[in-house]
Write a protein that binds this ligand. Structure first.
Ligand code: NAP
Length: 291
């Protein structure tokens, strides 16, 4: 079993970006600027946004965190996005999901200028990605592709099973893995909550991407020897032994599945840091394209 170390790979990407940003600054060029919108006081969301802002600081980007109260109206949020869309200093806009129930995620995402949509959720970017055109690719799937590339994993001709079909992880992941690219060129099966006998599909997989948000769902009896396992799941489960009162658990039962894998991502320290690296790369790209 070898570890696909997201912390290391993410650090390597951020180190490269840091050099490129310093170079831009030395040449008097514009520095990337990410604007992050957070609504409410969801602990996990606060942690994710804080990590994204920290990553911006580390690589030398400018960042603005706009934190709204849980009760903020959709109109106010849309007005703010419009303002950010037209602000020439802002290169990337991200809205941390989930949003409160009274706000429609789609309305908010669709309001972001696709050229500043560094999270890659806007239908224009999703459509371009599906067609294999240049696009901002959703940060988590993009991060996973960067991780596979970093470790030179040959995915060509492999059977990949993606468990989960959400718009932000499972679905784009299945498209990227089946694309005529490297990494890519897999034969892909997508499983979801209506799939009968997921185990049967997983047992045939050379690569499994587990993105369902059910801690420990993938167990040793569901995978074959030598499988490559990408664990996207992050769920906070109670742990009274921890100061925070919780620990993070992936969708894979790491202890029992790990020994059967050729490669596996840990949780934490696998896909999470790569999501941030991909977001930084997208923001840098936006800045370069727009300036
Ligand atoms: P989501 O929107 O809730 O989607 C979950 C998907 O899993 C759905 O397609 C659902 O099927 C499927 N599913 C749920 N229970 C299932 C079951 N028992 N068997 C088979 N399929 C099942 O979640 P998400 O946003 O994609 O996130 C998935 C996980 O990844 C979560 O733990 C989330 O915290 C984590 N995540 C991590 C990162 C990171 O940076 N590491 C980023 C994003 C998300 P249906 O479509 O049929 O409902």
């Amino acid at each position: 079993m070898q570890i696909l170390d997201g912390k290391k790979a993410s650090q390597a990407i951020r180190d490269d970006l840091k050099i490129e940003v310093a170079q831009r600054a030395a040449e008097g060029k514009k520095i990337p600027h990410l604007a992050a919108i957070l609504v409410g006081t969801n602990g996990a969301s606060e942690t994710y946004v804080a990590a994204k802002v920290r990553a911006c600081e580390e690589v030398g980007f400018k960042s603005t965190l706009l934190h709204f109260e849980e009760s903020v109206s959709e109109t106010r949020l849309l007005d703010k996005i419009q303002e950010l869309n037209t602000d020439p200093d802002v290169d990337g806009i991200l809205v941390q999901l989930p949003l409160p129930k009274h706000i429609t995620d789609e309305q908010v995402i669709n309001a972001i200028d696709p050229e500043k949509d560094v999270d890659g959720f806007h239908p224009v970017n999703v459509g371009k990605m599906v067609q294999g055109l240049d696009a901002f690719i959703s940060a988590t799937p993009h991060g996973i592709m960067l991780l596979l590339k970093h470790y030179k994993i040959d995915t060509r001709g492999k059977h990949a099973v993606v468990v989960g079909r959400s718009n932000i992880v499972g679905r784009p992941m299945s498209i990227l893995l089946s694309s005529n690219n490297n990494p890519g060129n897999c034969t892909v099966t997508v499983c979801h909550s209506q799939t009968k006998d997921i185990k049967e599909y997983c047992l045939q997989a050379d690569i499994i991407v587990a993105a369902l948000g059910r801690p420990g769902f993938i167990t040793a009896d569901m995978v074959k020897e030598g499988v490559i396992l990408i664990d996207v799941g992050i769920t906070r489960v109670e742990d009274t032994g921890k100061k925070s009162g919780y620990k993070l658990k992936g969708d894979v039962d790491f202890e029992t599945v790990g020994p059967k894998c050729s490669w596996i991502t840990p949780v934490p320290g696998g896909v999470g840091p790569m999501t941030i690296a991909a977001l930084m790369k997208n923001t840098f790209r936006s800045c370069k394209l727009r300036n």
